[in-house]
Design a protein around this ligand. Structure first.
Ligand SMILES: NC(=O)c1ccc[n+]([C@@H]2O[C@H](COP(=O)([O-])OP(=O)(O)OC[C@H]3O[C@@H](n4cnc5c(N)ncnc54)[C@H](OP(=O)(O)O)[C@@H]3O)[C@@H](O)[C@H]2O)c1
Length: 295
């Protein structure tokens, strides 16, 4: 497969570069810092620059485009002008959807679990109520809508919390937690925010299976199979890595002002698993993370 990856320097993008390049021909793009992109066919390109993206796609002629580039968190989005965020997360996604159709490529888009109403219940299915609680989540949902309008060959992955080490400066809370616990420093974690987290290795491995599957115009919950609080996830890290669990300080998400109300966006992943995808449990994933890479 010829695969074009946006956000190749990001947290997930670098794992995709590593895994997808094994069996495919990849072209990966970054915006400001290259991460591991320089190890592959790659270019610096702003996804809001339509002509530049058009010309790269025209040259590479991908069968699949994996679109992960985004202003990718609530915190980042809130620091930037909303017009700029809209350009990157919505308009550029729309343009990429249009280009993917023009070049006959399948578009795989990483949306977010935060598009769901996070106060309505747990283990949400793909047709559960969508009420994004932040501007970030709203723009990701708008990205989904634009893709559905414009593309005739897409897969939307409503991605859960991704965990594992960020590499080459990719921002990640996991590195912070790991380093602090390793140095016997306490960390604070929400006991009342529930997710179905997925390891970055698993996420990249599943995407590499999905590129070869004949699925079209589907929305999939893209998370792990266990519903846990952030505190429980880190408790499992302590157990696997041999850190002292008493370093974990329980806090409520409601103790921090300005946190969007997404207490429980845990997702039911039956649809993903019905495609023949098997999901590791958190314990197995954490063992893999620690075994493969210790910063
Ligand atoms: N991480 C999670 O837990 C999580 C959960 C749910 C959904 N997601 C979604 O999954 C995707 C990947 O997340 P991530 O954590 O890997 O994000 P990330 O580490 O913040 O990476 C974002 C990537 O987007 C690129 N980018 C940003 N603006 C760009 C622009 N104007 N032109 C070209 N590239 C641009 C960045 O390039 P530079 O670094 O070179 O500037 C970077 O490669 C995102 O779409 C995010 O919304 C992530």
């Amino acid at each position: 497969m010829r695969i074009f990856i946006t956000g190749g320097s990001g947290l997930l993008g670098q794992y995709l570069n590593t895994l997808l390049s094994v069996d495919n021909e990849i072209f990966t793009i970054f915006n400001s810092k290259p991460g591991n992109c320089n190890n592959y066919d790659s270019a610096k390109a702003d996804i809001t620059d339509y002509n530049r993206i058009h010309s790269l796609l025209n040259e590479f002629k991908p069968e699949v485009i994996i679109h992960t580039a985004a202003i990718s968190s609530v915190q980042m989005v809130d620091k930037l002008p909303s017009k700029f965020v809209y350009e990157v997360n919505v308009n550029a996604t729309r343009n990429l959807a249009e280009l993917s159709s023009a070049f006959n490529s399948k578009l795989i888009y990483t949306s977010t679990d935060l598009v769901y109403a996070g106060y309505r219940g747990s283990m949400l299915t793909e047709d559960s109520k969508l009420i994004p609680a932040s501007f970030y989540a709203e723009t990701k949902l708008m990205g989904e809508e634009k893709i559905k309008e414009v593309s005739d060959n897409y897969v939307i992955l409503r991605t859960g919390l991704l965990y594992g080490f960020g590499t080459n400066g990719a921002v990640n809370h996991f590195n912070y937690l790991y380093q602090n616990l390793k140095n016997n420093k306490p960390v604070k974690l929400f006991y009342d925010q529930y997710r179905t987290p997925l390891s970055l290795w698993e996420a990249a491995r599943i995407i590499s299976s999905l590129v070869n599957m004949n699925i079209q115009n589907e929305i999939l919950n893209f998370g792990g199979k266990e519903r846990v609080s952030r505190l429980e996830l880190c408790r499992q890290l302590c157990l696997v890595a041999g850190f002292d669990c008493s370093l974990l300080e329980e806090i409520s998400m409601y103790d921090i002002p300005g946190i969007p109300d997404a207490a429980d966006v845990s997702m039911n992943t039956d649809k993903l698993q019905s495609l023949g995808i098997t999901l590791k449990n958190i314990n197995e994933s954490l063992k893999e993370i620690i075994e493969k890479y210790i910063p």
